[in-house]
Design a protein around this ligand. Structure first.
Ligand SMILES: [Zn+2]
Length: 335
């Protein structure tokens, strides 16, 4: 799912006037089936050939709740559609204005309109009347874009109430964990999009280890194909081959940040990073180091070695913003 965070930055800032990008015409709003198909296409794009994926309903949560803040396609299309209709109706003499006038939909109504009054062939006006019954009218000083965002939020919450999002699998497996802190750490870490994607996949347990593959009968057993031990996530990242010495080095640096003994740094910091360091600089350094460790370990599984990892860190450090370089230098020292 590399690059998904970069993609989302663009997707989230889509202007309400760009409805053609969503395939909306003033004559038809998106149907549930179309929204589902678009959702499937987005999921395919994000996960490519990955076997284990985070469900779309989870991705639509905010980053602080374990999601990616991905748009709810159905709600977004409808919000853009409503906004488009209203923009059209603002121009006198347009057909849309005439239709909305006809059923008195340009003004706030005390009671919702009985949509049976609108002929069936004007389905899009029925949809409009139905949705607008739940949206508070636009404020006098409220910009069109802010209003469209408000329509979107209302429709999204209505969708969520109709079908509450499923509990996140990992939250269900580890109920005692402070998941709010985990998601916040990943969302706020000052790291590259690529490193964040890798960490997100690891925390959601989307790495195809043999333990997971065996559960769905895609592997003969749970053993690691490199060393024969049980191939779970912790083994894959911190115990197998050179991963062990790389994790040992990383752990000693984390201990230095935390000013504690390396034995007190657990591998849970990778898979369920609920830790907090009161000093901001130290906290940032710890998040950066773990995220880059994960990125390296997941991308170089078959050819990990400590020297190469240190080289990888040096290159990351120089690619990063200056503030990050200082973080590394001051907190982690040279290596
Ligand atoms: Zn192994």
């Amino acid at each position: 799912m590399a690059g998904i965070f970069a993609l989302l930055k663009g997707f989230g800032t889509c202007r309400p006037t760009c409805s053609p990008r969503f395939g909306i015409s003033p004559r038809c709003s998106v149907t549930k089936e179309h929204a589902h198909q678009i959702g499937t296409a987005i999921s395919w794009f994000i996960w490519k050939g990955s076997i284990f994926r985070v469900p779309l309903s989870t991705l639509q949560r905010s980053p602080q709740e374990g999601g990616l803040g991905l748009s709810n396609v159905e709600a977004k299309c409808r919000a853009l559609f409503i906004s488009r209709l209203q923009t059209n109706a603002e121009h006198e003499g347009t057909l849309t204005e005439a239709w909305l006038q006809q059923w008195n939909m340009t003004k706030v109504q005390r009671n919702p309109l009985d949509i049976r009054l609108i002929p069936r062939q004007y389905e899009y006006l029925r949809v409009y009347a139905q949705e607008m019954a739940y949206v508070t009218p636009r404020g006098l000083t409220e910009g069109r874009r802010t209003y469209t965002k408000r329509i979107y939020d209302t429709l999204r919450h209505m969708n969520a109430n109709a079908a509450p999002p499923r509990e996140i699998r990992m939250e269900h497996l580890y109920p005692g964990q402070d998941w709010g802190k985990v998601w916040k750490n990943i969302a706020k870490a000052n790291i590259t999009d690529e490193a964040r994607s890798a960490w997100y996949s690891v925390v959601h347990d989307c790495i195809p280890t043999n333990v997971r593959l065996h559960k769905i009968r895609m592997a003969d057993n749970e053993d690691c194909s490199l060393c024969g031990r049980r191939d779970n996530l912790t083994h894959r990242l911190t115990e197998c081959g050179e991963g062990k010495s790389i994790w040992k080095w990383t752990r000693s640096r984390l201990a230095r940040v935390r000013q504690t003994d390396a034995q007190r740094i657990s591998a849970d910091w990778i898979t369920r990073p609920a830790f907090h360091t009161s000093r901001q600089l130290q906290h940032r350094a710890a998040l950066c180091l773990i995220a880059n460790f994960i990125l390296y370990a997941t991308a170089h599984r078959h050819r990990m070695n400590l020297e190469d990892f240190l080289d990888f860190l040096r290159r990351t450090r120089w690619k990063d913003e200056e503030t990050n370089r200082h973080t590394f230098d001051r907190v982690l020292g040279h290596w």
